[in-house]
Design a protein around this ligand. Structure first.
Ligand SMILES: [Zn+2]
Length: 283
C-alpha cells in the first residue's frame, strides 16, 4: 500500500502536471492525513471535485429520510464519498422482504431497527464520518429542527405527509431537497433547489390529494431500479455540496426500465404555490 510522501507526490502529480500547482496542492495535501487521501483519491483526482470539493464534502451534513430501497444506495454512496455527517431517519425495522433491494441490510439484521442497522453498515464502510440515527417518525417541528442542521435533504421516503413536511422545512430554511421515487419498473428523480428563488418546490408539483394509491408493497418494484434512482440522488447530492457540475433543478427525470427510456419534464415554479409561491405566501 502507498503511504506518506510517496503517495502524496503521486496523487499531486496525477492532479496537476504543472510544478507551480504541485507546490500549492502539496500544502493543502498536508491538511488531510494519508488514510483520508488514499480513501478519497479517486474523487480528489477529478478536476470537478479536487481538494476543495472533497473538503466541502467532508464538512457537509446530509439528512436522509427513508432508509429503504432508495435510501440504502444513497447512504452507501454518500458515506463512501466522505460526507462528514449523515443523519439517518427511519422508524421501521428490517423485514425479509426488504433484502431484495435495501442493500444496507443483510439476513442477519432482520427485525433490527433500520436506522441502527444502517448506522453499523455505514460505520463499517467509512469509520471516518459521523452518523446520527433517528428511529422515530418526526413531527413537523422536529423535521424543521433537523432540516435546519442539514446542507442537503434526501427525500427517499414513500410517505406523502412526510414529503410535504420536509418540503415546507426545506423552503423555509432554503435547503436543497433531492427527491426520488420508484415503483414497479418506473423511477422518478427531481432536485428542488429551494435555496434559489426560481426553483419549484415539491408542493408546486403535487397537491395532498395526489397521493399515489399504489405502494411497492402492493405492486412490487425492481430492486436494481431502486439502486439506479438512489445512485442518481447520491450523485446530485455530491454535485450540490461539492459545487461540481450543474444541477438541473426543477427537471423531473422519468425512467421507464421496461422500455429503457428516459424522459424529462420541466416543472415550472408555481407563483401561487401555498408553500413557495410569491403571490400567496401562506405556508
Ligand atoms: Zn412551491
Amino acid at each position: 500500500m502507498w503511504s506518506g510522501r510517496t503517495f502524496r507526490n503521486t496523487i499531486v502529480k496525477a492532479i496537476r502536471p504543472n510544478p507551480c500547482w504541485n507546490e500549492i496542492i502539496w500544502h493543502r495535501c498536508i491538511k488531510m492525513d494519508d488514510e483520508l487521501l488514499l480513501r478519497y483519491n479517486r474523487q480528489i483526482m477529478m478536476s470537478e471535485i479536487d481538494f476543495t470539493g472533497q473538503e466541502r464534502i467532508i464538512n457537509s451534513t446530509v439528512l436522509i429520510v427513508g432508509l429503504g430501497g432508495l435510501g440504502s444506495p444513497v447512504a452507501m454512496y454518500l458515506a463512501g464519498s466522505g460526507v462528514g455527517h449523515l443523519i439517518l431517519n427511519d422508524y421501521d425495522s428490517v423485514d425479509l422482504s426488504n433484502l431484495q433491494r435495501q442493500i444496507l441490510y443483510t439476513s442477519e439484521t432482520i427485525d433490527e431497527i433500520k436506522a441502527e442497522a444502517a448506522k453499523r453498515t455505514l460505520h463499517a464502510l467509512n469509520p471516518e464520518i459521523r452518523l446520527t440515527s433517528i428511529n422515530k417518525k418526526l413531527n413537523d417541528s422536529e423535521i424543521f429542527e433537523v432540516v435546519k442542521t442539514a446542507d442537503v435533504v434526501v427525500d427517499a421516503t414513500d410517505n406523502f405527509d412526510i414529503r410535504f413536511a420536509l418540503n415546507r422545512a426545506c423552503v423555509k430554511t432554503k435547503t436543497p431537497m433531492v427527491s426520488g421515487a420508484a415503483i414497479r419498473m418506473e423511477g422518478h428523480l427531481i432536485v428542488y433547489r429551494t435555496d434559489r428563488d426560481d426553483s419549484p418546490c415539491f408542493r408546486c408539483l403535487y397537491r395532498p390529494e395526489d397521493e399515489p394509491q399504489e405502494r411497492c408493497s402492493e405492486t412490487g418494484v425492481l430492486g436494481s431500479l431502486c439502486g439506479m434512482i438512489g445512485s442518481l440522488q447520491a450523485t446530485e447530492v455530491i454535485k450540490i455540496i461539492a459545487d461540481a457540475g450543474q444541477t438541473r433543478y426543477g427537471m423531473l427525470v422519468l425512467y421507464d426500465a421496461a422500455r429503457s427510456e428516459w424522459q424529462e419534464v420541466r416543472i415550472p415554479k408555481d407563483v401561487q404555490c401555498p408553500v413557495c409561491g410569491t403571490i400567496n405566501s401562506h405556508m
